[in-house]
Write a protein that binds this ligand. Structure first.
Ligand SMILES: Cc1cc2nc3c(=O)[nH]c(=O)nc-3n(C[C@H](O)[C@H](O)[C@H](O)COP(=O)(O)O)c2cc1C
Length: 466
């Protein structure tokens, strides 16, 4: 009796579930059909082929992921290919970069190859400082199947690969507070606003753990999150003067002095442009929280468009006057960030540097392929030369004007993996002096945010290290 009673209940439940399985999609598409028939925005969804219309919107929505994970060739995706993306994440999360079976590179395609030595140096013969180990953590995969992956975090010690004292790079040797670098890779400017506090905090802590590196604030001012890790910082001054701005929008020299007095702040970068946009920065109002507005000296929740150029200077001589005043006021090395548009782009700067014997302590050359929080497609696509050409032009221009030894070059723009670096680092393979220093950025975002960093449109921050 009781058994047949329970059998009836089970049969009823199964029948109900089967019915629901058939009815639910019918109800859902019925609701979609009625909803689309009554909307006025999309005629495609009101017509006979409304279902195809829905499919189109669905495919548009998942298209980027579909292409990234399925249809794109391993090295086909842009701005960061899957093979690069995976290498960055593997290096950052698992501290593993070994591959097996061989390279996926198309060796028939034009490109750069690193010249190897027949007698590579032994570890002990390398001019690096590995006299101590860095404590850090990494994930290791303990179990993996098609549907899940279990990982555990483990403590590990890694070698710092610092430059030795003899090999270290000094920026601004004639300044009150010269900056000595024991590493060659840093994080380019990303403003607090384009990135959120968790990303900035993680970057600051990660860079501090790695050591021998630096973090550039970007043009959004210096925040406590930048300072949270205690790493070396380049304070970037953009045309919006954020962070050192007086209430009437002028440059507040006392504020700038205050920033420069911080022990973490090692240099100031005056932003003339970035590869993805040769215009002022833009941050959507929705991202201008009261905290960000306070740091920038602006009104909360109001979109920000900083001017295309500084009002403090308008040509090379006035730029040099401004740099000199910032150097005197702060005692710090001061550099400029530029985009090279043609063979002669840096000639005036190089000539002035030679004529005056002093000027910017470093020049950051950002390639046209450099990233951004927000810009116009046409600008990102077509303004400014790519880094491999730009850095050679910059190096050449300085040499032609006898000014190469007076300034350090920093290169950035899709320099994401170790084998992206040699070319900009040795445009002419002449001597350690004047060796450019690569900067990198979206690599930072990728290994923290993964694909999400790209999906959020204007990159909503996440967490990451150099
Ligand atoms: C989210 C984001 C925000 C950025 N903000 C700034 C900025 O405030 N100032 C600046 O000079 N460059 C900015 N950039 C450009 C980078 O500093 C850098 O020049 C460029 O991204 C280098 O290319 P990479 O990302 O391929 O390494 C930003 C880039 C990104 C991705």
């Amino acid at each position: 009796m009781i058994a047949s009673y329970y059998a009836d209940i089970i049969v009823t439940i199964i029948l109900f579930l089967v019915l629901a399985m058939f009815l639910a999609p019918l109800i859902f598409f019925g609701w979609l059909y009625i909803r689309n028939r009554n909307q006025t925005q999309h005629s495609l969804l009101r017509g006979k082929y409304w279902f195809l219309g829905i499919l189109r919107y669905v495919i548009e929505k998942v298209g980027p992921e579909f292409r990234f994970y399925i249809t794109d060739a391993d090295d086909g995706g842009r701005p960061i290919s899957r093979v690069k993306f995976v290498s960055i994440v593997k290096a950052a999360k698992y501290l593993k970069t070994l591959i097996s079976f061989g390279s996926k590179r198309d060796f028939a395609a034009p490109g750069f190859f690193i010249r190897n030595s027949l007698f590579p140096r032994l570890d002990g013969e390398l001019e690096v400082d590995n006299s101590f180990l860095i404590q850090t953590r990494r994930y290791s995969i303990t179990d993996e199947s098609l549907f899940f992956r279990t990982e555990k975090m483990e403590e590990v010690e890694v070698r710092p690969w610092f430059l030795t004292e003899a090999n270290s790079v000094t920026i601004g040797p004639d300044r009150e507070r010269p900056w000595r670098l024991r590493g060659l890779i840093g994080q380019s400017g990303m403003s607090y606003g384009a990135l959120g506090k968790s990303a900035i905090t993680a970057l600051s802590k990660g860079i501090s753990m790695a050591g021998g590196s630096w973090m550039n604030t970007g043009e959004g001012g210096l925040s406590e999150h930048h300072l949270s890790g205690g790493c070396d910082i380049i304070f970037q001054l953009g045309p919006g003067l954020f962070g050192a701005r007086s209430p009437d929008g002028e440059l507040d020299w006392d504020k700038l002095k205050g920033i420069a007095r911080r022990a973490e702040v090692r240099a100031i970068e005056i932003k003339l442009g970035q590869g993805a946009k040769i215009r002022g920065g833009h941050v959507e109002g929705a991202k201008v929280t009261p905290e960000i507005a306070a740091i920038r000296g602006l009104t909360p929740w109001k979109s920000i468009d900083s001017p295309n150029r500084f009002s403090q200077f308008h040509d090379t001589p006035s730029l040099f006057d401004f740099i000199a005043r910032v150097q005197e006021t702060t005692g710090l090395p001061v550099g400029i960030k530029v985009v090279i548009g043609g063979q002669e782009s840096l000639d005036e700067v190089a000539a002035e540097l030679h004529k005056r014997g002093t000027g910017p302590d470093f020049i950051t050359v950002d390639g046209g392929e450099g990233g951004t929080g927000a810009t116009f497609k046409e600008m990102a696509d077509s303004l400014g030369l790519p880094i491999y050409s730009a850095i050679v032009i910059a190096d050449d221009s300085l040499r032609r004007h006898g000014a190469r030894g007076k300034v350090k070059l920093i290169a950035s723009g899709r320099l994401h993996l170790p084998d992206d670096l040699p070319h900009p680092a040795y445009p002419r393979a002449r001597g350690v002096q004047g060796r450019p220093v690569p900067g990198g950025q979206r690599r930072a975002v990728v290994s923290a945010a993964g694909r999400r960093g790209l999906i959020c449109g204007i990159i909503t921050p996440f967490l990451h290290g150099v």
